[in-house]
Design a protein around this ligand. Structure first.
Ligand SMILES: NC(=O)c1ccc[n+]([C@@H]2O[C@H](COP(=O)([O-])OP(=O)(O)OC[C@H]3O[C@@H](n4cnc5c(N)ncnc54)[C@H](OP(=O)(O)O)[C@@H]3O)[C@@H](O)[C@H]2O)c1
Length: 259
């Protein structure tokens, strides 16, 4: 059952609707997320730039504002593993704008990354269930819950774009060993993409997943060949698809790839 209906926010309050399109990017203060935020600002969206830390969100928003003439993102605190945080932010978006047009589920952790300290086991035989659970909580369940909360706001206007920033590490067609928590979380995020795309078919809401390639960031590490802006390109494209755009797809470099 939806947490709130088409005319009220999660706490049941009524709200006004603004005309400008509204986007929310999780993990928007750094890496690929910051570049997705920059791209959506350039497309004319009101963009919620979120981080787990208020000062990080505010600094990133100030920096983007100084670097671009496209507008000012709205810095917001969001931890996708915290129910109160998720409900609170959607509530504020509903109250302030009465709409949410784009949700980019970009927040993610790669706990088995080779450049991460302290190093974590990566093999399925060695990795702890606690670490796998932490990967699933952020990379899968955070996106699940936020999409659940966002969908009614999108359905209100029969318009929405849900973009799940996944990874080739979650591709079943190319599944290998190692990085077990990360692989499981991204494979499940891909499955979630198909489930929501099927359930929201014919509602004006397009739901897609992408692999950004190997990108310099905290997740990708310093040796990656692609810039965050290059990594953000396909996500921005999916977030701004026309009404007859694809849904239920998995993309890299704006082209479909195997699941
Ligand atoms: N870089 C690559 O090569 C690569 C390849 C394939 C897929 N990806 C995916 O791309 C996405 C973005 O990663 P990135 O490369 O840009 O790395 P990044 O700079 O580390 O970005 C990850 C973001 O996730 C946020 N985050 C982590 N846990 C969170 C939580 N519990 N709640 C809310 N936000 C949380 C962090 O935000 P705060 O610390 O500010 O809260 C951080 O900004 C991830 O989903 C990643 O798996 C990256």
């Amino acid at each position: 059952m939806a947490l709130f209906d088409a005319t009220s926010s999660p706490t049941g309050k009524s709200y006004m609707t603004t005309e400008q399109r509204v986007a929310l990017v999780t993990g928007g203060a750094g890496g690929i997320g910051r570049e997705i935020t920059r791209g959506l600002l350039a497309h004319g969206y009101i963009v919620y730039l979120t981080s787990r830390h208020a000062d990080t969100a505010e600094r990133a928003a100030a920096r983007l504002t100084a670097e671009t003439s496209a507008g000012t993102p709205l810095p917001s605190v969001l931890d996708v593993t915290e129910e109160e945080s998720l409900v609170g932010l959607i509530e504020r978006v509903a109250q302030r704008h009465g709409r949410l047009d784009v949700l980019v589920n970009n927040a993610g952790v790669y706990l088995e990354a080779p450049h991460r300290q302290p190093a974590s086991p990566t093999l399925a035989q060695e990795q702890s269930v606690a670490m796998v659970r932490e990967s699933l909580e952020t990379n899968l369940l955070g996106a699940y819950r936020l999409t659940q909360l966002a969908a009614p706001l999108m359905q209100r206007h029969r318009f929405g774009r849900v973009v799940n920033v996944s990874s080739g590490s979650g591709q079943l067609a190319d599944m290998g060993g190692g990085d077990v928590g990360y692989r499981l979380s991204k494979a499940a995020l891909n499955a979630l993409t198909r489930v929501f795309a099927a359930e929201l078919a014919d509602s004006g809401i397009l739901v897609n997943a992408l692999c950004p390639g190997w990108v310099q960031s905290d997740v990708g590490g310093p040796a990656a060949p692609r810039t965050p802006a290059e990594g953000a390109d396909t996500a921005i494209w999916l977030a701004t698809l026309p009404d007859d755009g694809p849904t239920g797809g998995f993309f890299r470099h704006r082209a479909p790839i195997a699941w």
